[in-house]
Write a protein that binds this ligand. Sequence first.
Ligand SMILES: [Cu+2]
Length: 156
Amino acid sequence: MRFFRAQLKRQAGIAALVALVALTIFAPLPAWGAHQVERQVTVTARSFAFEPGTVRVNRGDTVVIRLESADVVHGLFVDGYEVSALAEPGRPSELRFVADRPGAFRMRCSISCGNMHPFMIGKLVVGPNLLWLRAIAATLVTVAGALVLFWNRKSV
Ligand SMILES: [Cu+2]
């Protein structure tokens, strides 16, 4: 009887461990944190701002920025990545790069478009790759769970 109870306890422990690992991997994330290999964003430029002003991606994403202009010719240059695009009204253009460097980078208008042009600045935020962090978390939980099970087995 005692043996069966210990066995039951162990099986419950394993079930809880599997559930925990599954939760770590499959729990829903906020929209901008979800892992995506290719991230498409439309940025509208108008004197003198970008909309959206901040673009958030994950490290490792292939970022595709479609630049549209709502008034005059505008450019978009990403500091740190040294990539740029140019959009005329009615003629959008596309900018494609891999976000391999984490951090916050300035997106500047690269075409002199008026008196406030120097202040036409947006932001690119390259966050951590959550899929990768989850894989690490799942591994740690598995190792911790295995240790607990092993320790429990010894004490029975
Ligand atoms: Cu400008």
